[in-house]
Design a protein around this ligand. Structure first.
Ligand code: GUN
Length: 288
């Protein structure tokens, strides 16, 4: 069994990016600049955005964190988005999700300039991804593809079962795994809350990609021997630690890992990859 070490690979990627930034700034160019808009005080969102800003420092990017009050209205937020669209010093930016309920997230995401949409959430970029055209691929699915690539996991002709159909993970990774690419070229089944015989389908998988958000949903008896397991779940479960919680994946790692050929740990698997890929997208935007 091989552990797909997202922490290590994301560090490799950050080092590669830092080297590129160093050589560009040595020539007198400004560094790439990533901005993040965060609305409100959601604990998990603040943690994620904080990690993204720290990662920028680490690779030599400039970063701007725009923190807005929970009570901001949709038009004020749209104004902010337009400001970033028109700021030539910003190569890419993200609007951290989820947004407060009184704001129409789709409307906001649609108003992000696709050329600065380093999250890859704009329909233009999602469509380009589906057609295998150059684009910004969303950080989490992009990170999964990069992990599979760097560990040379064979995906061609394999049966990939994606658990979950979210816009930011399940849907895009299902498309990517079915593209005529490597990694890719697999036969994809997407299962979700309305799927009948979900356990039978998961048991047929050569590759399981779980983005469900139910701790320890995938059990040893639901997988076949030699399965490749990508666990995208990051559910906070209260405990007695100093932080007050721990992060639990969708997969019962201790038992499922005994049957797996490759598996991602939680934490330290897909999570760190997402930040590295966001930086990669920002670098790509900078280079034009
Ligand atoms: N919320 C959870 N994941 C993400 C992400 O990848 N990007 C943004 N903007 N918000 C998120």
């Amino acid at each position: 069994m091989v552990i797909l070490d997202g922490k290590k690979i994301s560090n490799d990627i950050k080092n590669e990016i830092a080297l590129e930034v160093k050589s560009m700034t040595a020539k007198g160019n400004r560094p790439p600049h990533l901005a993040a808009i965060i609305v409100g005080n959601d604990g998990a969102s603040l943690t994620y955005v904080g990690s993204k800003v720290r990662a920028c420092e680490r690779v030599g990017f400039d970063s701007s964190l725009i923190s807005l009050s929970e009570s901001i209205n949709e038009n004020e937020l749209l104004d902010k988005v337009n400001q970033l669209n028109n700021d030539d010093n910003i190569d890419g930016y993200i609007v951290q999700l989820p947004l407060p309920k009184h704001i129409d997230s789709q409307k906001i995401l649609m108003s992000v300039d696709p050329e600065k949409d380093v999250d890859g959430f704009h329909p233009t970029n999602f469509g380009r991804m589906a057609l295998n055209l150059p684009t910004f691929i969303s950080a989490t699915p992009y990170g999964i593809m990069e992990l599979l690539k760097r560990y040379d996991v064979q995906t061609e002709g394999k049966h990939t079962v994606v658990i979950g159909r979210s816009d930011i993970v399940g849907k895009p990774i299902s498309l990517l795994m079915g593209l005529k690419t490597n990694p890719g070229n697999s036969t994809v089944t997407m299962v979700h809350s309305r799927t009948k015989n979900i356990k039978d389908l998961i048991k047929q998988a050569d590759i399981i990609i779980s983005a469900l958000g139910i701790p320890n949903f995938v059990k040893e008896d639901m997988v076949k021997d030699g399965v490749v397991v990508i666990d995208v779940g990051i559910t906070r479960v209260k405990d007695n630690s100093e932080k007050g919680y721990k992060i639990i994946g969708d997969v019962d790692y201790e038992n499922v890992s005994k049957k797996a050929s490759f598996i991602t740990p939680v934490p330290g698997g897909v999570g760190p990859m997402t930040i590295a890929m966001l930086l990669k997208n920002t670098l790509q935007s900078y280079k034009g």
